[in-house]
Design a protein around this ligand. Structure first.
Ligand code: ADP
Ligand code: MG
Length: 338
């Protein structure tokens, strides 16, 4: 175990009546980092977070926070704060009372409570909203109240479970930046659950990608994008995901079961002059560019990005090409080769 890591999961497993929650979870989180637990619904993200919070106790393995074995410790003894998707605000209490609730329970002196309240409302842009009830706030403001409550707690570790999924796209984008800035400014260690790869890519220092209760890959956003360790990571990370082509379809790749290529490395060329002949299946016009989905019997997820509006007609035949140096090779178990 790495003594320098702030949070350590050593081979954690959790089941309910034999049914798998998570298994073989080993994680090392440096202090002050932003870690995203990423994966599809049901893959074990919340279970992992709840184990760290102390809301679940693992069947096997150990959890350490700041050098202390907390595996079976009560949540309140772990020095952490939590923000959930549901905000979990008291509807009958004002913004100020909601934010100060925990401090009141801990009997923090009134003067200190008010100072911390003001500071947290300032940071989250909620000054002036002290007396409103949650029902009188927008979704984004409510989420900021939940954030403010986590800030006043001044815990070194903050856990967030899909905190932005109730917000509309525009708000999600701005609160995302707020959270990231807060984490940096306060030097907090944040463990952040999301199913949204864009959120994980844009916010995290380290992404832990999960599937079916297991970790598929741990690394920086650039690691996961540039060196996916398996076809699951290749297809989960990136918008559009990495295209996968059957090995053997492309010259020089019959040693691999699947060959992966990113959209930015695919070029449309004159018919007969490329490495793969495809049919244009559909076009998605986005303003600054058009995503063109191509079909080939031995490939899936082939998308080319064309600048502006493209004149490629659905049903027409195009050739594509790519450099060998940009290809990713996977074996018949879906694992990265070399
Ligand atoms: P995620 O947050 O990634 O969507 P969860 O961690 O909530 O996934 O769930 C992982 C798996 O564990 C799922 O199969 C889920 O049904 C199961 N699970 C979670 N909590 C419980 C529980 N309290 N009892 C039984 N099964 C659970
Ligand atoms: Mg969840």
């Amino acid at each position: 175990m790495n003594a320098e890591s702030f949070v350590v999961f050593d081979n954690i497993g959790k089941r309910w009546n034999g049914q798998l929650g998570v298994e073989n979870i080993s994680i090392q989180i440096p202090e002050g980092s932003f870690v995203a637990l990423l994966g599809p619904s049901g893959c074990g993200k919340s279970t992992t977070l709840r184990l760290l919070a102390g809301l679940e106790i693992p069947d096997e393995g150990e959890i350490h926070i700041d050098g202390l074995d907390v595996t079976e410790m009560a949540p309140s003894a772990r020095n952490l704060s939590m923000v959930f998707q549901s905000y979990a605000l008291f509807p009958h209490l004002s913004v100020a009372e909601n934010v100060m609730f925990g401090m009141k329970v801990r009997k923090v002196p009134k003067q200190e409570r008010l100072e911390k309240l003001n500071n947290a409302l300032d940071i989250t842009g909620l000054l002036g909203y002290e007396d409103r009830k949650p029902g009188e706030l927008s979704g984004g403001q409510r989420q900021r109240v939940a954030l403010a409550r986590a800030i006043v707690a001044r815990q070194p570790l903050c856990l967030m479970d899909e905190p932005l999924s109730n917000l509309d796209a525009k708000l999600r984008h701005s609160v995302r930046k707020d959270i990231k800035k807060l984490q940096r400014d306060l030097g907090m260690t944040v463990v952040y659950v999301t199913h949204d790869q864009t959120e994980a890519m844009s916010m995290a220092d380290i992404i832990i990608l999960m599937k079916d209760g297991h970790i598929m890959q741990t690394g920086s956003p650039r690691d996961l994008y540039g060196q996916p360790q398996n076809t699951f990571a290749a297809e989960f990370i990136g918008a559009p995901p990495m295209a996968l082509i059957n090995g053997g379809t492309i010259s020089g790749s019959d040693h691999a079961d699947k060959v992966g290529v990113r959209t930015e490395n695919v070029t449309v060329v004159e018919a007969g002059k490329g490495r793969l002949t495809c049919t244009v299946a559909e076009s998605e016009y986005l303003g600054e560019e058009t995503h063109v989905l191509l079909e080939h019997p031995a490939a899936k997820g082939l998308v080319v990005k064309m600048p502006g509006y493209t004149s490629l007609v659905e049903g027409s035949i195009v050739d594509i090409t790519f450099e060998d140096s940009t290809l990713h090779y996977f074996d018949d178990k879906g694992n990265r080769m070399s």
